[in-house]
Design a protein around this ligand. Structure first.
Ligand code: NAP
Length: 343
């Protein structure tokens, strides 16, 4: 029988980093279990996703920015990130009950009191419940709603070994893309993209001009671009784009993970003549604007994973006490796929 402990661990911001976060910016603290209010459930976290982009909320000088879904954190506050948890106690008369699995945004702690309205109930009927923490639905939303991938497209996905990119390449293929090319930072990751995730080719940041590498990988040009990186990857995409290519900007990792600044700016120089002459479309996109895509993806998820059509590349970090070091490693790009912490 599960006996509820009286305390749990949580990760608090100990100080604001001035560059990329190091492990010592986070303190792991033991606290009494939270007491849920009348409209809250008590949740035991099973796992949470660790994203280096949390750096935008914890950096020195970070402020709330309109359009950024998470607020800047103050020293002493508990870090936040999407988590999968099990309801331990629920108020009467609500849709959630003990034992339900829910997604919410109170990761970085063992136990959380979460408003019922902020919980998304998810199914246990999947091959691996951690799949709920994959960014598959974000990638699916962007590829179907933002880019309208169609049969025969040549697709370029920047930051292809990241949490979104590692799902996006596989999904683009299922949606009918003819050729899928990714960008990453090392030869070893590039080899894994091709060997494990079905990418046709990968270009490597820092291994010579990316536009030249991309042109070689896609001599006929690119039709659709899912861009998480900005910077050189976006420049390369514009250079190699075919006429009327679609470019969807979903992230700005070149700025978000730039050691200088707060990670909230990602300036890039583009040749506007190329935009004009090739009649390119560049569009910013947030999957949160298409919640129906999440429902659609969730119904695909079980089938695709059961049929072995989709893998969920992820690395598991066991123990909340190891999460600060994992964040430092993630910020240095040392992982492949999503990073999940099992507290
Ligand atoms: N629009 C939306 O709906 C939506 C939703 C969620 C997240 N996002 C955004 O989407 C983007 C991707 O998210 P994610 O969770 O997939 O990211 P992630 O897994 O946290 O990506 C981390 C990876 O970024 C790469 N990277 C590090 N420094 C870089 C640099 N200077 N330039 C380019 N790449 C660098 C590294 O991969 P390599 O070693 O392979 O280069 C690193 O492993 C982020 O910008 C995130 O904020 C968008």
């Amino acid at each position: 029988m599960f006996v509820l402990p009286s305390t749990g661990l949580e990760a608090r911001l100990a100080r604001k980093p001035s560059g990329l976060p190091t492990a010592d910016v986070i303190a792991i603290v033991e606290t009494p279990l939270p007491r849920p209010a009348a409209n809250e459930v008590l949740v035991r976290n099973i796992a949470f996703r660790l994203s280096p982009t949390i750096r935008m909320m914890i950096s020195e000088g970070a402020e709330n920015v309109e359009g950024v879904p998470f607020p800047a954190l103050r020293v002493g506050e508990v870090l936040r990130e999407e988590a999968l948890g099990e309801v331990i106690a629920a108020p009467d008369g609500h849709a959630l009950g003990r034992g339900d699995l829910v997604l919410h945004h109170y990761g970085w702690r063992d136990y959380a009191a979460v408003p019922v309205a902020n919980c998304l109930k998810v199914s246990r009927d999947v091959t691996d419940i951690n799949l709920h923490l994959s960014h598959g639905w974000t990638a699916y939303a962007a590829l179907t709603r933002g880019l309208n991938i169609s049969h025969g497209d040549t697709v370029f996905i920047s930051s292809a070994a990241g949490a979104i990119g590692s799902m996006a390449g596989q999904i683009a293929r299922l949606l009918g893309a003819d050729k899928v090319i990714g960008s990453t930072s090392t030869r070893a990751k590039a080899d894994r993209l091709i060997r494990e995730l079905g990418y046709d080719a990968a270009v490597i940041r820092g291994a010579g001009a990316m536009a030249g590498q991309l042109a070689k990988a896609a001599p006929q040009g690119i039709d659709a671009v899912l861009d998480s990186a900005g910077g050189e990857a976006l420049q390369a995409a514009v250079e190699v784009a075919r006429e009327r290519a679609r470019i969807l900007v979903i992230g700005a990792l070149s700025g978000q993970l730039d050691a200088k600044g707060t990670g909230r700016r990602a300036p890039v120089e583009l040749d506007s003549f190329k935009l004009l002459l090739k009649k390119l479309t560049i569009r910013g996109y947030s999957a949160d604007d298409d919640p129906d895509a999440r429902r659609e993806w969730d119904s695909h998820l079980g089938r695709c994973s059961a049929a072995g059509q989709i893998r969920f590349p992820h690395e598991i970090v066991r123990g909340l006490r190891h999460a600060p070091e994992a964040l430092a490693k993630a910020s240095r790009g040392e992982f492949f796929g999503a990073v999940l912490v099992v507290p």
